[in-house]
Design a protein around this ligand. Structure first.
Ligand code: GLC
Length: 469
């Protein structure tokens, strides 16, 4: 572990990309990496592809074959601040699994949360094992926090593609982000949770809503800022949701409760699964995809999210080692190991003040390299910068499409996820690029979501419970 892992550790937050010292980057590295630099024209092309895919996902006749699924979430309202009461929330789908108790009152949202691990064996084992673990963690939380005698409503943030049939029911369409339990595909996840709870018999709760982490992010940010209309994740995975008119959401099949709107979970990660983003992918992207657990799937995510950015950096570095252009041609054994470059390394390497290599040296030492030259570290940092900047640009393109679609003059985008949170320049790069891509008549802001998945799950549960009461 580097000393600044999982902390916002960069004292130079705010440093402009223009201040990057690029003249010292070796000519070969610069030349090869030119393919990672997306011009505004390329990004506009990406936006057109995304926009067309959203249209296809929303429309009844094109939805079945659409790539970007635009799933209906059945959440019709954003919070209005009157949500009150104690709720439980489960958050499964990022790096950690969390159980939370959320105490809501006007202007107040107190969170108590515990993190439980979900070992890889559980992510790729059986449905029963995974859900028994979830129920056991829930029971443990309830006991540890003295909640045995309360009958609480629970919101379940389940961050995988879900075809919902209402707020309380959703069938799993496919696994993503390293999870793979084939027997659960097509199964109602809420039913599995309820049954696991019943098997234990020691937990009294009411599962009253299931939602995606993007919805959680939008809800929690909208609770704080009523201009929020978009939720985005740039973490282990990448996805976005937004508030759409029911009249445009042709797959929506419930009565309007009054807002005329509904949140759409885009499942934006799948953009490009039909080859539509091939014009901007590189050979390295294709290699990373081919070696991933799900080749050909989640193409947009593989260009953007934390699960893959480290791999892209590793692959470029390996290429330069093999051509003798980095590390004196040595250490290909290290850089041949899949997963050795974690995405947090990128954030840390870029957190070094320009011209200094303190974090970079720590990280290299951590993977067994102590003989890097200054040139190697300059080049490595440059690779990291281009990989993270491309991710931020593509997020900017996604968010700009949604802002244009919503059409309101002043919109806030709520964003969660480790890449957005911990990369020292991500927000700034993304925001600047959005200014280039959007007509200046659109005002917008990017808002960091704190505990969005948990808080948002509680808000959705609260709104459902208060409506049922
Ligand atoms: C993956 C999931 C999606 C989730 C995203 C961010 O793309 O399929 O549901 O929102 O990761 O966690």
């Amino acid at each position: 572990m580097t000393s600044c892992q999982n902390k916002v550790c960069n004292p130079f937050y705010g440093e402009q990309p223009e201040q990057w010292v690029t003249e010292k980057v070796s000519a070969k590295v610069k030349e090869v990496l030119a393919e990672m630099q997306l011009t505004d024209d390329v990004l506009r092309q990406d936006m057109t592809v995304f926009e067309q895919n959203i249209e296809r996902g929303l429309k009844k006749d094109t939805h079945p074959d659409s790539i970007v699924k635009c799933f209906i979430t059945y959440v019709q309202d954003l919070p209005n601040g009157s949500e009150t009461g104690k709720y439980l929330a489960l958050d499964l789908g990022g790096t950690n699994f969390r159980v939370l108790l959320v105490d809501l009152a006007p202007g107040k949202c107190d969170l108590t949360s515990d993190i439980y691990s979900t070992p890889v064996e559980l992510q790729t084992g059986t449905g029963i094992a995974l859900f028994d673990h979830i129920a056991a963690s829930l029971a443990d939380f309830i006991k540890n926090h003295g909640l045995e005698n309360e009958f609480l409503d629970l919101g379940f943030t389940f961050s995988f593609p879900l075809l919902q049939k209402g707020l309380r029911s959703g069938t799993l369409v496919k696994w993503t982000k390293g999870y793979n339990i084939p027997e659960m595909i097509g199964e109602d996840v809420v039913k599995w949770l309820r049954e696991a709870i019943e098997r234990r018999g020691d937990v009294k709760i009411n599962v009253c809503a299931i939602l995606n982490d993007t919805t959680g992010t939008l809800m929690s940010c909208a609770w704080k800022n009523p201009k929020c209309r978009i939720g985005m994740i740039v973490g282990t995975g990448h996805n976005a949701c937004y508030l759409e008119k029911q009249s445009n959401a042709e797959m929506f099949d419930e009565p309007d409760l009054g807002s005329g709107k509904v949140i759409i979970n885009l499942e934006a990660a799948a953009l490009g699964d039909d080859g539509a983003l091939d014009f901007l992918r590189t050979d390295i992207d294709r290699e990373v995809d081919a070696e991933s657990p799900n080749p050909g799937k989640q193409i947009n995510e593989k260009l953007i999210s934390g699960m893959f950015l480290g791999e892209v950096v590793r692959k470029y570095t390996l290429k330069f080692i093999k051509s003798g252009d980095m590390f004196g041609g040595k250490h290909d054994d290290v850089f041949s190991q899949r997963g050795i470059i974690q995405t947090s390394f990128i954030s840390n390497i870029e957190s070094d003040q320009t011209g200094h290599f303190d974090y970079c040296k720590q990280i290299l030492a951590q993977i067994g390299i102590t003989d890097a030259s200054e040139q190697d570290m300059i080049d490595l940092r440059y690779i990291c910068q281009l990989v993270s900047t491309r991710s931020a640009y593509l997020c900017a393109a996604d968010a700009s499409v949604l802002i244009k679609r919503i059409g309101e003059p002043d919109v806030v985008v709520g964003i969660d996820g480790s890449v957005y949170k911990f990369h020292p320049l991500f927000r700034r790069i993304m925001k600047e690029k959005m200014k280039d891509l959007l007509d200046p008549s659109f005002k917008f802001d990017l808002m960091l979501s704190e505990d969005g998945s948990g808080r948002g799950a509680a808000l959705v549960a609260a709104m459902a419970a208060m409506r049922a009461a």
